[in-house]
Design a protein around this ligand. Sequence first.
Ligand code: IMP
Length: 432
Amino acid sequence: MPCVAIVGGQFGDCGKGKIVDYYAEKADLVVRYQGGCNAGHTVVVGNEKFKFHLIPSGVVHGKRAIIGNGVVIDLEVLCNEIDEIKPRIKKFDLLISERAHVTLPFHRILDDVEECCRGKSEVGTTRRGVGPTYADKVSRCGLRVIDMFDDDLLNQKLDALIPLKQKILKDVFQSKEIITKKDTLNYCLKFREKIKNYVGDASLEIDKAIKNNKKILLEGAQGTLLDVDYGTYPFVTSSNPSAGGACTGAGIGPKNIDTVIGVVKGYTTRVGSGPFPTELNDDTGKRIRDKGNEYGTTTGRARRVGWFDGVVLRYAVRVNSMDGLAIAKLDVLSGLKKIKVCTSYKYNGKILDEFPASLKVLEKCEPVYEELDGWPDVSEEEWKNIAKKGYDALPKELKNYLKMIEKIGGIPTYLISVGPERESTICLKKIF
Ligand code: IMP
């Protein structure tokens, strides 16, 4: 039963796109299980760069790609992505869950006005309408993909939704935006036509695949610390990127997942607001940001950068039941004389080993660091050579760094990435 969940172990942007692409070569199905077009996954193949927001990045290998019910779909973004990606790959094989919820144009407007209204306490959302779409889903007034194909139901839903949202925009937010049923209906009709051949029962198909011993990758977006339950609430996204979300978002039970891989970078980044104990606001942070090209795939925003946080890792390993780690972007740290790893926090003179729920506590936590020797800077080509030779060819300081991370997390490393390309990968444990 080779069903593997790939989850982010930090604040998102940990290089899942590349890792999923790597494993997808041997997979039969790749399923995206939550999030929306707030996500941005990049895959580099030779001179080509693929950027994904909604379609599972595993599609590049020509595998069956499924958008699960837990994803919220911005139809325009999805259709643009289909038009962009389809002609560039040999086989484009997509299934969209009929139970997934739809992000409508007014969700983006609401995301925007809500953020403006929050002022200094803004979440720093991507303003892609993701939060408001999930809010409607949970409020039981959302529009699902399947609802768009029933004219009566679609009309009924929009008749209820549009006046309500217009009232909220006008009366609560004093917004001048005008939203009409006609425009929203036309939007749905236009895009339903484009996606109709891809829509089906994703959960049923995944279940059949499991019963037929197919190899399945469940691809998360964002990361555990942005999880609406486990993240630094309220500075989180509105879904469950953690392994639990892989079950509800793909439509399978927990017993069907046999491996959970946590993807982390060799350092930490965060976009948007919220506490970040190991943040570096100095030249080292700038150097890592520039070398790692830490600018958002979706919004282009500069990411905040910090040292690797072992408290976050320990927490992520626990709440996801992670089996192994995929550690990305280790090449970015090369050339630094010393590298720090946070092993615990100090709060009010006491040592905290566990990630606190209270943001007030977290904001006052000081990282306790262990310092390790860095490894020399080498060219991208040299990293590829090292990767070809395998683990033994890695600089000894880098091996020590990996051992340190494994010790903190209490789980082994399954994969190491030392560059954006497929060749810059060292696989230590095969999953399929
Ligand atoms: P939202 O998901 O757009 O509502 O944004 C909520 C928070 O999650 C903000 O801090 C965003 O910057 C962050 N976020 C959302 N998607 C991603 C992602 O793919 N990578 C990193 N951060 C993200």
